[in-house]
Design a protein around this ligand. Structure first.
Ligand code: SF4
Ligand code: SF4
Length: 227
């Protein structure tokens, strides 16, 4: 079994990696991956790659990457470089959806927060899934990170009161309230989420303002297009 060297990924800020044997994934997920992306069983492993914190954005800017989807383009470019010599297919980012949060839970990265963004004790909510690749690698599968959800011990829950749409006050997150508020001309959430930025967990890893604006401007465009 080969030991993976993550230096290239870590240097670019793609500092979260989880390796799964496709056949050891939960049966439904494994079958879905094989059916949609690998019907001929060419690949042995699925590698989930994410970023935590500020480094990825800074690296991307240093590389001079721009365009409509600069984070996706840069992440794919780095992962392609890292996987040189291994047969592989990148299945995310792509047109078809992949169960990112399901994979994140298996990796131990994801606990649900009241505003539906994943949270963990290392990065708070300041991490994201960047690339999923199917590969012919023979790396040791990763051990899932085990940690309690930070929300369980968060007594004051500032995210709840920081949401101007009151979207977090019910038993479940009200996407409708969030969207309705964000669409208002005077919304303070056109290019941010005040609930997310109020969370104290992992605050030192909070994205720079430019990255937050970039991220939430994309979701705002989707809201304006589809709702
Ligand atoms: S403020 Fe507290 S309850 Fe809200 S997401 Fe952060 S840790 Fe969880
Ligand atoms: S984007 Fe704004 S309205 Fe939506 S959950 Fe976050 S704080 Fe609330």
């Amino acid at each position: 079994m080969n030991i993976p060297d993550f230096t290239v990924l870590n240097a670019a800020g793609l500092n979260l990696q989880a390796i799964f044997n496709i056949d050891d994934l939960p049966a439904e997920l494994s079958a879905d991956i094989r059916t949609r992306f690998d019907p001929e069983h060419q690949y042995r492993q699925l590698i989930l790659i994410g970023h935590g914190g500020k480094t990825l954005w800074a690296s991307m800017q240093s590389a001079g990457i721009s365009g409509e989807n600069p984070i996706d383009d840069f992440s794919k470019m780095i992962v392609e470089k890292w996987l040189t010599g291994h047969r592989h297919t990148i299945i995310y980012p792509a047109q078809d959806s992949v169960g990112l949060q399901a994979l994140g839970k298996l990796a131990g990265w994801h606990h649900p927060s009241p505003f539906m963004v994943g949270i963990n004790e290392n990065w708070g909510t300041w991490f994201a899934y960047r690339v999923v690749a199917l590969t012919d690698t023979d790396f040791p599968p990763s051990t899932p990170l085990i940690s309690a959800s930070p929300c369980q011990s968060c007594l004051s829950k500032p995210c709840l009161s920081s949401c101007p749409a009151d979207a977090l006050s019910g038993d479940t997150f009200s996407l409708q309230k969030c969207i309705t508020y964000r669409k208002q001309p005077s919304s303070h959430c056109k290019a941010t989420c005040l609930a997310r930025t109020s969370c104290p967990v992992g605050a030192e890893h909070r994205y720079c303002d430019e990255q937050i604006r970039h991220t939430y401007s994309i979701s705002m465009r989707m809201i304006e297009q589809f709702y």
